[in-house]
Ligand binder design. Structure first.
Ligand code: FAD
Length: 304
């Protein structure tokens, strides 16, 4: 009682723990609790030869050699099937407040995120970057509602602070500072939990909006904190070079530098495009050692 699981993402209603572990899912609360890897203390896994590995430990620190659970976290089911997990819990967040802010630029959004992380004293639980076209599209096409804020800027930031006591003062102080610094031109702070839920429903509906955006190729980019303002124009340029008439659609987690970006871009999703040959060879050897007959997700991440 009084505890909660730190991970929260759009697929919360359908995802299994095994799926979240195998994709090392992150989501909205990474800024506070880290990604799925940070929530896992131990695992039980069925290996390709049928062996059951019981690594269901709950030690916070285990220095007894290699920590093999990390091979399966983010392994996308290529090395084994996760059948049970021992997970970290955190004190429940009983109070939360959220605000939606219109930012002057991507750089302002990034400055705001840095400032909030530094000044929220552990209360910041989510800080999300939302484009105008996403808020507009979700409100018009999915929710059939009026946007909660004037849509006269390209980018918006949805921020939540939470804890066991009321974080209003901290949130208001961050919003005021952002207005004073001209990072933000307009802001609404949810005045009730139902208003707050409506703001987050907009964010949660972003994935569904893809149904209305035609053929879209979706990818995730992770960059060091603060690099999103540099990444985004480069992504747009890259998309334009391949398909000039395709529209970039990006949103994501300012707190961990993870941007979800969509465009039509016909190509395969293989790890080989993102890792050096040395890393791919090591991963290939691990896969071969643990799954000699390539029974588990043979074409995922590594080519056959
Ligand atoms: C590389 C990657 C990263 C992702 N990161 C995020 C993120 O940061 N935030 C977010 O919201 N969503 C993320 N997703 C989407 C993610 O798939 C869902 O959020 C959710 O966690 C998937 O859960 P699921 O149970 O529906 O798994 P599925 O969609 O059914 O499966 C996802 C993958 O996990 C494998 N898998 C599923 N269950 C097990 C198991 N028990 N043992 C072993 N392998 C298993 C499957 O073979 C498949 O490769 C990511 C997806 C991928 C592929």
């Amino acid at each position: 009682m009084g505890q909660h699981f730190g991970l929260d993402f759009g697929a919360r209603d359908s995802a299994t723990i095994g799926g979240a572990i195998s994709t090392n899912a992150g989501g909205m609360n990474v800024v506070r609790y880290g990604n799925c890897r940070d929530q896992v203390l131990g695992l039980e896994v069925v290996l390709a030869d049928g062996t059951l590995w019981n690594g269901l430990r709950s030690l916070r620190k285990d220095n007894s050699g290699f920590d093999i659970k990390h091979l399966f976290i983010g392994g996308e089911g290529t090395l084994g099937i996760v059948t049970a997990a021992s997970l970290k819990l955190h004190p429940a967040e009983t109070e939360s407040r959220s605000a939606l802010l219109a930012v002057e630029s991507l750089q302002s959004a990034s400055d705001l995120a840095d400032f909030a992380m530094e000044h929220a004293h552990g209360r910041l639980s989510a800080i999300e970057l939302l484009p105008r076209m996403g808020i507009d599209g979700v409100c018009q096409q999915i929710l059939g509602s009026v946007p909660p804020i004037r849509l006269d800027r390209e980018w918006y930031v949805l921020v939540r602070m939470a804890g066991q006591d009321d974080p209003s003062e901290k949130l208001e102080a961050v919003v005021s500072s952002a207005l004073e610094r001209d990072w933000v031109s307009d802001a609404i702070i949810a005045q009730s939990s139902s208003q707050e839920a409506k703001l987050w429903l907009i964010r949660d509906s972003f994935s569904e909006l893809h149904r209305y955006l035609g053929v879209s190729f979706r990818f995730d980019y992770s960059v060091p904190l603060g690099r999103i303002p540099k990444l985004y124009p480069e992504l747009c340029e890259a998309i334009r070079k391949v398909e000039p008439h395709f529209l970039p659609f990006a949103f994501g987690h300012l707190g961990d530098g993870n941007l979800h970006c969509s465009a039509c871009q016909p190509d395969a999703h293989e790890l080989v495009h993102q890792k050096s040959d040395v890393e791919v060879n090591v991963l290939r050897k691990i896969k071969d050692a643990l799954d000699q007959r390539s029974l588990f997700n043979p074409h995922k991440t590594l080519p056959a």
